[in-house]
Design a protein around this ligand. Structure first.
Ligand SMILES: [Zn+2]
Length: 81
């Protein structure tokens, strides 16, 4: 969805989830206290956003959004090489 040219609800990057741990005063300055921390690696910004409805927490993308994100990611990697 766009309003005034701003995209709302979109996949804007792809990353690997490499760790999940309970807060122990780590991950400063961004880690919030008393929650689980998700550690990402290999974050790749997509050259254009892929429309998707967001949700709280972790969820699986539907097949259509996943396919479109994979296509844009392949275009991103060609442009970045
Ligand atoms: Zn942490």
């Amino acid at each position: 969805m766009t309003r005034l040219g701003v995209v709302f609800g979109a996949v804007i990057a792809v990353a690997e989830l490499v760790d999940c741990h309970r807060d122990s005063g780590c991950c400063t300055p961004w880690g919030e206290p008393d929650v689980h921390h998700l550690v990402l690696a290999n974050v790749r910004r997509l050259v254009m956003p892929v429309s998707a409805v967001g949700r709280l927490g972790l969820w699986d993308l539907d097949d259509t959004v996943l396919s479109e994100a994979a296509t844009v990611l392949s275009e991103t990697e060609v442009e970045g090489s």
